[in-house]
Design a protein around this ligand. Structure first.
Ligand SMILES: [Fe+2]
Length: 194
């Protein structure tokens, strides 16, 4: 039987052939760098897993159904879910709510930082600035207040900063193989009712 772990590993393996948006690193390298940055900072297992999978909606989901993919935005005007929502929905049946939350809100964290942190927007890559527009642009004051009240918001911001830093061409990381036990732990069996 094909498990979700098999599906994710296959999709992540294939993602090595895909450029990460308009960045110069590929999707897999970006995911591996993000997970290792979190791990090096002492993040717990769930937060590291969220970092590893935060962009799963970009490569393990049909991109014609994703509204903020650079390619699909033009051809699929009816797509309503951003990659963050598509990815969170995909993994939610297998992971603790906190992991799905962190994946779901990593683009909101970008909108939050662009709105509240002077100079942050200027640090974004051109591709990230472009998708910011597709993802709703700057937050209103009410949206900022609402975000700060969400559970696990500080971790969502932390993930976002590792996400931003995980775009270094050629940075050495462990291979995807090293993450298979973690992926098997959460995705090796049937969905868990939580
Ligand atoms: Fe990312």
């Amino acid at each position: 039987m094909t498990t979700m772990a098999d599906r994710l590993i296959e999709a992540m393996t294939r993602s090595a052939a895909h450029q990460y948006g308009q960045e110069r690193v590929d999707e897999l390298a970006h995911a591996l760098q993000c997970a290792e940055l979190a791990e090096a900072a002492g993040a717990d297992e769930e937060l590291v897993l969220a970092c590893l999978l935060h962009d799963v909606g970009r490569y393990a989901v049909d991109q014609d159904t994703v509204s903020d993919s650079l390619a699909a935005a033009a051809v699929s005007p009816d797509a309503r879910r951003g990659h963050h929502e598509a990815g969170a929905d995909l993994i939610a049946p297998h992971v603790p709510a906190r992991v799905a939350f962190l994946v779901r809100f990593h683009t909101e964290a970008k909108r939050f930082l662009c709105t509240t942190e002077p100079g942050y927007h200027a640090t974004l890559s051109p591709g990230s600035k472009h998708t910011l527009t597709l993802q709703g642009g700057l937050m209103t004051r009410a949206e900022v207040a609402q975000a700060q009240e969400r559970p696990w918001w500080p971790e969502a911001i932390a993930l976002r900063r590792w996400d931003d830093a995980a775009k270094v061409v050629g940075r050495p990381t462990r291979s995807l193989e090293a993450w298979k036990p973690l992926l098997m732990k959460y995705f090796g069996g049937p969905p868990v009712l939580r």
